[in-house]
Design a protein around this ligand. Structure first.
Ligand code: GLV
Length: 327
């Protein structure tokens, strides 16, 4: 019996491929380049599913071209690359990988906070350039993290994990969300308006999903509310922050620094960022640990296999399809 085809648009850790091979014929893009939209659509001809990366865009036009695809299994927790409601209309199940990357991404958020506050990347550049002339009491001072206030914008799984870590650092935690979140409340977080959070915090961490409501959420007006000594950390999506406004705020010292794992137009980086010493730039590594990527690989496979078997995928984003078709 021929197995249904699943396209995997980028190399993923082998454990996921092995799982998929038990049920599917795996068509893996082995090249080091993302498939163009055109090639992706062609490759998906006749496929039952696709393990997709965030660079693969599934807008309603692309979805209209997919005649056989029943599942888009996104290798990410973010799913702004997929028009989920258009997929639902077409009866295509969309899944993501929540939970398994929470700790890794929260760790990266804290790493960026420390790296920016304590000038770690800047110090590394200086040492490599042979410019370390010796310790002095006033040399390269940064900002203490302990005892400070962090504001978490978006109190989902990752935001809550950032809160837990911040409490461990002796920080006060404010958060902004649509409503109270019991988990973050129970560890001492306080829900406040975005305006109050921005004005009160020494560190602001962006942990919201990108969607129409959060696009450009932190713009010129919001940055102007922040303290001049404050540091902004973004491990969510570049588009949540207005990059031009951020660059201007950093240049004019309206805020003290930024730690960024995500950018608008990745992998292109606005060259203005490179000129700024008070910015730490990381190439979208939030979930990039061996352990987490293996778990994500397993989860994308399990999501696709569940759809094939007519079971509920653990990361389903359009569960309403289950009621309709008993997937
Ligand atoms: C990475 O950015 C993800 O959404 O998993």
């Amino acid at each position: 019996m021929t197995r249904p085809k699943i396209v995997v648009t980028r190399r993923i850790p082998e454990n996921g491929i092995e799982l998929l091979k038990r049920y599917f014929t795996v068509d893996l893009n082995k090249s080091d380049k993302d498939l163009s939209q055109d090639r992706l659509t062609k490759r998906l001809d006749g496929a039952f599913g696709v393990v997709a990366m965030m660079a693969n865009k599934f807008d309603s036009e692309t979805l209209d071209d997919l005649q056989t695809v029943r599942v888009i299994s996104n290798f990410a927790v973010g799913f702004n690359n997929v028009d989920v409601s258009a997929a639902t209309k077409k009866g295509i199940v969309v899944t993501n990988t929540p939970g398994v990357l929470t700790d890794a991404t929260a760790d990266m958020t804290i790493g960026l906070m420390l790296a920016t506050a304590r000038r770690i990347a800047e110090g590394d550049r200086l040492v490599r350039a042979g410019k370390f002339r010796g310790w002095t009491p006033t040399y390269m001072l940064g900002q203490e993290v302990s005892g400070k206030t962090i504001g978490i914008v978006g109190a989902g799984r990752i935001g809550t994990a950032v809160a837990r870590r911040s409490i461990g650092f002796g920080m006060k935690v404010l958060y902004h969300s649509r409503g109270h979140k019991t988990e973050i409340d129970s560890i001492g977080g306080s829900l406040v308006s975005l305006e109050k959070l921005l004005a009160a915090c020494d560190f602001v961490s962006v942990n919201v999903a990108l969607n129409d409501q959060t696009f450009g959420l932190i713009g010129r007006k919001e940055l102007a509310l922040m303290k001049p000594a404050a540091i902004l950390i973004n491990t969510a999506r570049g588009e949540v922050v207005d990059e031009i406004a951020l660059i201007s705020a950093l240049k004019r010292k309206k805020i003290a620094g930024a730690g960024l794992d995500v950018f608008v137009n990745e992998p292109k980086i606005n060259p203005e960022f490179m000129k700024l010493d008070n910015v730490v730039l990381v190439p979208h590594l939030g979930s990039a640990t061996f352990e987490t990527r293996a778990k994500m690989s397993e989860m994308v496979a399990m999501n696709a296999i569940a759809v094939l078997k007519g079971e509920r995928p653990p990361g389903i984003l359009n569960p309403e399809l289950l009621e309709k078709s008993k997937v």
